[in-house]
Design a binder for this molecule. Sequence first.
Ligand SMILES: Cc1ncc(COP(=O)(O)O)c(C=O)c1O
Length: 396
Amino acid sequence: MKDATGYTRESEILYEGSDIPGLGFKPETVPCFLTTAFVMDSLSEVQEVTKQKGYTYIRTNNPNRTILGQAISYLEGGESSLIFSSGMGAITTTLIALLAPGDHVICNADIYGETFETMTKVMGKMSVNVEFMDLNDLAAVQKAIRPETKMIYTEVISNPTLTLADLKALAAMIHAAGGLLMVDNTFTTPLAIRPLDFGADLVMNSLTKFLNGHSDAMGGSITAGGELIDKIKAFSMLCGTPGDPFSSWLIYRGLHTVELRVPKQMATAAKLAKALQANAHVTMVNHPSLPDYPQRELADAMFMDKGCSAMLSFTVGEDMEKIDRFMKELHFAHYAPTLGGIRTSLSHPVTSSHYNVPDEIRRQRGITPGMIRVSVGVENADDLIKDFMQALEIFN
Ligand SMILES: Cc1ncc(COP(=O)(O)O)c(C=O)c1O
């Protein structure tokens, strides 16, 4: 993919944000600004720095956050980005900033567990009325929109069944009603899709996952137009949710190799999905690259050329003892309650992310005790496939 300069994103991401104004010297890479404040020599300087929205106190502004924000804006193709302490910090602060008592929000029913809790518990306390719906039923969504509807909230693809949301259609509906579309791009990343290109007003990423990629820092981002960003920033200051400099520095460092990591992870996920689908012990595989993916046409229209996601899920028989042995048998993939790292990790939705969802509802969504979710890392694709195939032998 080429940006406006005609150079590729692969090259430009290495330089994005690296120019730090006013530093006086030019380090080859961005240093970590571990300082709670910046010194000002006079009251007139204080006034000037404040007017310029410059560097004063750590919670207000920090160069590592600014620089990381610039790089995320570049990747998402957005005007401006804010960096938060976590993905949840980004989501919760944004909803508090933009919604008010009496507002109505339409939220995808198939959503990350803690986002669901923010929608019910935090928004509930604010008297915001959140309606959870199957966003694939576009006619029902249209019908549910009313004058108080201020936002539609969704992830690009749902966890763990990888169901796609039609962002263009949702954006058109909510814009006609004067509301906003907010999209979580964590599972897909801006390497696969830029939701703003499909009409989203706000894009969120948990930087804890693929964009950092090294499983060693927590952060979140919101990318949007300047006016929205100013509103959210004011609340981030009050909620105390801006990202800390060291995490921002680590994530910026991780981001430099995002073009090397994530396209490879997405391509390997597609190969692994194909191999799993051909294995007799596997009853179902969910990945948007598969020819029989139920939303094939929509996926083709939405994802860019580098792939669709490094996440996949598959289903084996509901035999917990065998699933236990399968997990132990794997050489590379290991259970870890996270995703997006350079090492392949697994999760078991029924005992983790979907533990509190009633079995009947889980099954309606295709989530059975035999389902395993995989976050594909940067291991050699053939090694990974070989490993999964040998471990699946225990189901013989
Ligand atoms: C899809 C999705 N959104 C948001 C979050 C929250 O991100 P964080 O853990 O950085 O707060 C997660 C965390 O796993 C996630 O998977």
